[in-house]
Design a protein around this ligand. Structure first.
Ligand SMILES: [Zn+2]
Length: 89
């Protein structure tokens, strides 16, 4: 079992649009931060903290009915790593 972290993002109740895999929580937080900063540059609003590893979309000028999220999830599934170059840890 290889502990790793996913940054997931997308619409609540759907398959995630974003599914990035990281070795450490620090890296996952950087990845999460990148997604939030990008979304904010596009005018979307998110509330949450990197510490909690969770951001929820808020109403904004570009989205009247917000339903998106980004989060960090801890995972132990080795299958996740098969298609990544992180297998060689
Ligand atoms: Zn996984």
């Amino acid at each position: 079992m290889k502990k790793h972290y996913h940054v997931l993002g997308g619409i609540h109740g759907c398959m995630p649009d974003v599914n990035d895999i990281y070795h450490t929580k620090m890296e996952a937080r950087e990845g999460l931060k990148w997604h939030i900063e990008n979304a904010r540059e596009d005018g979307y609003k998110y509330s949450g903290t990197l510490r909690d590893g969770y951001f929820e979309e808020e109403e904004s000028e570009v989205r009247q009915w917000p339903n998106n999220y980004f989060e960090i999830v801890t995972c132990f599934e080795e299958d996740c790593l098969q298609d990544t170059d992180l297998m060689e840890w």
